[in-house]
Design a protein around this ligand. Structure first.
Ligand code: G3P
Ligand code: CA
Length: 322
């Protein structure tokens, strides 16, 4: 019994110093698209639930409207999570898709958001709107004021090359919006994430922002260079961390060691209670492997309560040994 407690204490201590020799960070829960396991993704309701469940950061994927407003939405198309097909049946492009950049914010606000994945919140029940980034921030900052907590935001610029082609400078616009809401400097409670290195490089080097940056890394062959030790060392020159597909680490645990060696924090995506890898009997086992063995620093999770319970249990055990 005592041995088990000691092991948990030891592993929690390791968690706190896991991000390379020069860093000491507390592990974090990142609510992936809000509490998207329980409510439709990227809605104010899902963000509020994530906040109540103890998330440290709440994620917003960002796309632009025709009139240049950031809305929180995973896709540049509207049909996977809204009723745009019913509402605007003729407004699709020749490829049969409805693009957010073809609609004004006022039009997008008439849409109803629904659940993307089967077995989660029932489609057609209740009503949810597409939020703007400003609304997401005002909700989280408002809750920070009323609760005394300091929960962060974790915006992702979706498809910057597509937005650039349409004429939007999304990097500059995001920085302007964040500055307006008080996010500036290296210690701001925000991580800006993107799959496109050029966007993060531009933010850091050209636009001279010191905000924390996270390079997203998928298993796609286009990003093979980023999955090497040299690639991670290059990322560390402009970003503070990486957000890798968790399968990259599972396939190559050295990857996590390389990232920490380069001084990068590691926030893999995405842990889902209802889509657990077969090798794990429980999500707690998966989290134990990710945090305890691979030494990750935070996790994108659709069920922030499960992530919070896991990290709190480590913390409680460590306190009980004193
Ligand atoms: O941003 C982390 C993770 O969300 C990346 O994948 O496709 O869910 O945005 P995606
Ligand atoms: Ca994302």
């Amino acid at each position: 019994m005592m041995y088990g407690v000691f092991l948990r204490y030891f592993s929690f201590t390791l968690l706190l110093v896991s991000a390379g020799a020069a860093q000491c960070v507390e592990p974090i829960v990142i609510a992936h698209r809000g509490a998207s396991g329980y409510l439709p993704e990227h809605t104010l309701e899902a963000y509020a639930m994530a906040y109540g469940m103890g998330a440290d950061y709440i994620e917003q994927d960002l796309v632009m409207t025709k009139d240049g407003r950031f809305v929180a939405m995973h896709d540049i198309n509207l049909e996977s999570t809204t009723n745009v097909e019913e509402q605007f049946p003729k407004r699709h492009r020749d490829d049969g898709k409805w693009y957010a950049v073809d609609f004004t914010l006022a039009e997008i606000k008439t849409l109803s958001v629904h659940e993307r994945l089967k077995g989660r919140f029932p489609v057609g029940k209740s009503r949810f709107e597409v939020p703007t980034m400003e609304e997401a921030i005002e909700l989280i900052q408002g809750l920070n004021q009323s609760t005394g907590r300091n929960v962060g935001i974790y915006p992702e610029l979706k498809q910057p090359p597509f937005h650039k082609e349409v004429g939007f400078d999304v990097e500059a616009r995001l920085l302007e919006l964040l500055e307006r809401y008080g996010y500036s400097g290296a210690k701001a409670k925000v991580y800006i994430q993107c799959f496109y290195p050029d966007s993060l490089l531009r933010i850091r080097q050209e636009l001279k922002s010191e905000l924390p940056l996270v390079q997203l890394i998928s298993g796609h062959k286009m990003q093979a260079d980023l999955r090497t030790r040299a690639g991670l060392e290059a990322v560390a020159k402009y970003a503070n961390g990486i957000g890798p597909d968790k399968n990259i680490i599972e396939k190559n645990p050295d990857f996590a060691t390389w990232a920490h060696g380069a001084g990068l924090v590691i926030h893999p995506y995405t842990v889902r209670v209802d889509d657990r890898p077969a090798k794990y009997a429980t999500t707690k086992d998966e989290l134990q492997q990710l945090f305890g063995v691979y030494k990750i620093d935070g996790v994108f999770i659709d069920f922030p309560d499960v992530g919070r319970d896991f990290l709190d249990s480590l913390s409680t055990d460590s306190l009980s040994t004193e």
